[in-house]
Write a new protein. Structure first.
Length: 436
């Protein structure tokens, strides 16, 4: 079915039509799944909200209102939904919504800002989990062995294993060993040789006791803090034992949340948090009719630093550059690292484009001061491309792309400069790519 849809969706007109039909099918599937699966019927009673699914250009859409377990759906664009699910175009929506679901397509769509959610976290999480439950309801996993036993596979930190389950309880865990009844493994052929994974694996000894660990009444449920030994002080024998530390557990959760939205090296916001803040900034700009600007910049000749002085020095330079970027900014501005030596500055609520130029000039001046660390004194400049909403783009993908084009225009001017996107850099960039 999906291959037929992929063929038909090559036509934009048919893709849009199929998108509308699929959204109607989603409404029907909500009702059918609730009838077939009692757990899903109870799930629909948990929240009262309105969810909008639409294309980015608002040309097609359907909204779903959940009230006390009932689902009401209408075609069109709702004035004020609680959660909005936005697809970049109809082809991407069809690739994600029509089974079999392509997890890689879903991840790539989110990474390239072709799929995003707008709404409170609690309601957004509930909606995505509910949609996933509906699309996967009835899916059967595992291999039935005998006498009610089902065999699953799991890749633990001690190696891949078979997990045998009966009546929702693990009865044993063994190393994987496929037999003739299992599917054939994949084979890669390269340079005249064939590479095939073994059908039997080995595991670490501790993996075999996972069952006992899972069902032990004394199993650890939270991160623990040891209080009976201080390596830098007293032995504290009176505190012999282990206690639960709820504060540390909360700090652990906060750290996980921060890791999901911030760059590990510099601590700056990553693409995910940048996208969230852009959504808020864009809504404010549309309401107040102010502009917003996206500045794309990278470090000139950064590769030469990495190649000549090593990646450790390069990493220190990136961290120092991130700190220096934050100095000339307002509290409402966002400085993000999106990969390599590329940084993005989001300037919301600016009255005119000249404000972006002033910020860019302050950044250039800040980078003209040498970076000093570990006995190294480095002179590194930066090139900046600027795209201003709405002239330089009306969504984050367009603004990032056009700011990137303008940045290469600044590099061709001799580096250590900024340049606004005005539509003419596309030819310059194409020529640069051809020369490369």
């Amino acid at each position: 079915m999906k291959s037929i849809v992929n063929t038909l969706s090559k036509s934009l007109l048919l893709a849009n039509l199929l998108f509308s039909i699929v959204l109607l099918g989603v409404r029907l599937l909500f009702g059918l799944t609730a009838v077939r699966f009692p757990f899903f019927k109870e799930r629909l009673k948990e929240k009262n909200l309105t969810v909008q699914i639409k294309l980015k250009d608002n040309s097609r859409g359907r909204y779903f209102t959940f009230r006390d377990g009932k689902v009401i759906s209408k075609s069109g664009i709702h004035a004020s939904p609680d959660v909005t699910m936005i697809f970049g175009n109809a082809r991407i929506a069809l690739d994600i919504l029509i089974p079999p679901r392509d997890q890689l397509a879903l991840v790539n769509a989110m990474k390239s800002f072709q799929l995003w959610l707008d709404g409170p976290d609690e309601l957004s999480y509930w909606w995505m989990e509910t949609l996933s439950l509906m699309l996967n309801a009835g899916t059967k996993y595992g291999t039935r062995v005998s006498k009610g036993v089902v065999r699953y596979t799991s890749n633990t930190n001690g190696g891949p294993v078979f997990v045998y389950v009966k009546d929702d309880k693990i009865i044993r865990i063994t190393p994987i060993e496929f037999n003739d009844s299992d599917a054939e493994p994949w084979t890669i052929k390269a340079r005249g040789r064939s590479f095939t994974p073994p059908r039997k694996t080995t595991i670490s000894p501790h993996t075999l006791v996972f069952k006992s660990m899972l069902y032990s009444p004394d199993r650890i449920l939270y991160p623990m803090k040891r209080v009976d030994f201080d390596p830098n002080g007293e032995r504290n024998c009176q505190n012999r034992g282990i206690i639960r530390d709820v504060t540390e557990h909360k700090q652990f959760e906060q750290k996980l949340a921060e890791m999901a939205t911030h760059d590990a090296l510099t601590g700056l916001p990553n693409r995910i948090l940048l996208s969230d803040r852009f959504t808020v900034a864009l809504a404010l700009s549309r309401r107040s009719r102010n502009r917003l600007a996206v500045l794309m910049l990278d470090l000139d000749r950064f590769k030469a630093v990495n190649d000549s002085m090593g990646h450790d020095v390069g990493d220190q330079l990136l961290k120092a550059a991130g700190k220096r970027l934050k100095v000339p900014m307002r509290k409402s501005d966002t400085v993000a690292r999106i990969g390599g030596d590329e940084f993005v500055v989001l300037l919301p609520q600016i009255p005119h484009a000249d404000e972006a130029a002033k910020v860019a000039q302050r950044i250039l001046e800040a980078f003209r001061e040498p970076f000093v660390f570990d006995g190294h004194r480095l002179y590194i400049t930066t090139s900046i491309g600027i795209a201003v909403y709405p002239e330089g783009g009306e969504d984050i993908e367009s603004l990032l792309k056009n700011a990137d084009i303008a940045m290469y225009g600044a590099k061709e001017q001799g580096r250590d400069a900024y340049r606004f996107y005005d539509g003419s850099e596309a030819v310059t960039l194409l020529a640069k790519q051809v020369r490369a």
